[in-house]
Design a protein around this ligand. Structure first.
Ligand code: ADP
Ligand code: ADP
Length: 229
């Protein structure tokens, strides 16, 4: 079994009159340390898949294996612990706490986590040595996204899940963020999953999973993923 493996996972919203099949028996597998891009049009089910993987949403059916455990069988207490300890999240709009500094934002996330890394060290690693004492409003979009990546990485998670991480950034800044994610994958052996509607990101991935209508439409392996420069 893969480090991450979805086996015929579905997510159905609605009631007996209106049914929305957001994810339709999707199956795929991801190796430990892989840099994966999930791409597809708006409404394809990408965010739903990522939320199920991150324990933020419960599948309606199927199995969700992560590091040997089927999290689809977890109860809500187990899911909360899984979200806190095993998963790092990066969002399009950073979700930083505005009245806390960069350092405090990272430290806050570490309070509920089992085996955290050093917050200052991780902030230095993402290029924010000189910005730790700044508040989010004093930082550029790219710097705010670096704080949010540091916050996720400092938890030392099993999986780093990124939902449109470059979606609010200009092209150059977005590329720098993507490079940071790719470096973290290579240097830490972290498993990184990025969802996007922007197919320009696909050449950098080890694996590209294309989603359409809630299921995999095609999958590619890049023998030589392009290093982001
Ligand atoms: P993507 O991330 O690819 O844009 P989503 O996973 O957000 O797609 O959505 C997939 C489908 O599920 C869409 O048709 C969306 O409208 C629907 N959907 C997502 N969340 C909900 C919800 N909470 N209630 C009802 N429908 C939803
Ligand atoms: P709680 O149950 O204490 O409200 P959650 O279980 O929702 O916390 O979240 C646990 C972890 O998941 C947090 O430490 C954080 O890293 C991540 N997380 C979940 N949702 C968000 C969010 N909206 N913004 C930032 N991090 C989040």
């Amino acid at each position: 079994r893969g480090f991450v493996e979805l086996d015929r996972v579905s997510k159905i919203y609605g009631n007996k009159d209106v049914k929305i099949v957001a994810v339709d028996e999707i199956s795929f597998s991801i190796d430990k340390g892989e840099f994966v891009v999930i791409v597809g049009p708006s409404g394809a089910g990408k965010t739903t898949v990522l939320n199920i993987l991150g324990g933020m949403d419960q599948a309606s059916g199927g199995s969700v294996w992560v590091d040997g455990e089927d999290i689809a069988k977890y109860n809500s207490r187990q899911l909360t612990q899984y979200r806190r300890e095993d998963i790092g999240f990066v969002f399009q709009f950073y979700n930083l706490v505005p009245n806390l500094t960069a350092l405090e934002n990272v430290e806050l996330a570490l309070q509920i986590c089992k085996d955290p890394l050093d917050a200052r060290q991780v902030l230095r690693e993402v290029g924010l040595r000189e910005r730790m004492k700044n508040f989010p409003a004093q930082l550029s979009g790219g710097e705010q996204q670096r704080v949010s990546i540091a916050r996720a990485l400092a938890k030392n998670p099993k999986l780093l899940l990124c939902d449109e991480p470059t979606g609010a950034l200009d092209y150059q800044t977005g590329k720098a963020i993507l490079k940071l994610l790719q470096d973290m994958c290579r240097e830490r052996g972290m498993t990184v999953i990025v969802i996007t509607h922007n197919s320009a990101l696909t050449p950098m991935a080890d694996k590209v999973i294309r989603i359409k209508n809630g299921t995999v439409s095609s999958m590619e392996l890049n023998e030589k993923p392009i290093p982001v420069e």
